[in-house]
Design a protein around this ligand. Structure first.
Ligand SMILES: [Cu+2]
Length: 123
């Protein structure tokens, strides 16, 4: 009886570990641009910030994606609130990865990473 109980605890423990969230540092982008926003190529001659480009692409039917270490991950929960807020930004994303798709559980601004592409200089 005792061994059965410990077996169950062990099994539950392993299940929890397998479903644990992971953290990545990367950029919120869109499926149309992927890793690189071609600065206006998709949106006429106007140069756009990564933030605006991502939002514009998503508005035009693209999906939010997450780019980390050159790899593009799909995002399962497209309606996750801070995706819009952090579009085009470098963030720390927490979530559960299944094949190439992440179910996002939290998005935070990546501390210590100063990303120039996030800022559009005001003329
Ligand atoms: Cu775009």
């Amino acid at each position: 009886m005792k061994t059965m109980f410990f077996g169950l605890v062990l099994a539950l423990g392993l299940m929890t570990a397998a479903a644990a969230d992971r953290t990545w540092t990367g950029k919120i982008s869109d499926s149309m641009c992927g890793a690189k926003h071609k600065m206006g190529a998709e949106h006429g001659a106007t140069a756009m910030s990564d933030h605006d480009c991502t939002l514009a692409c998503v508005k035009n039917g693209a999906k939010f994606v997450f780019v980390s270490s050159g790899k593009i991950y799909k995002i399962e929960n497209q309606d996750f609130a801070s995706l819009t807020e952090h579009a085009g930004h470098t963030v720390q994303l927490k979530g559960f990865l299944k094949s190439d798709t992440i179910t996002v559980s939290s998005i935070e601004t990546a501390l210590g990473i100063y990303d120039l592409t996030q800022y559009t200089p005001k003329a």
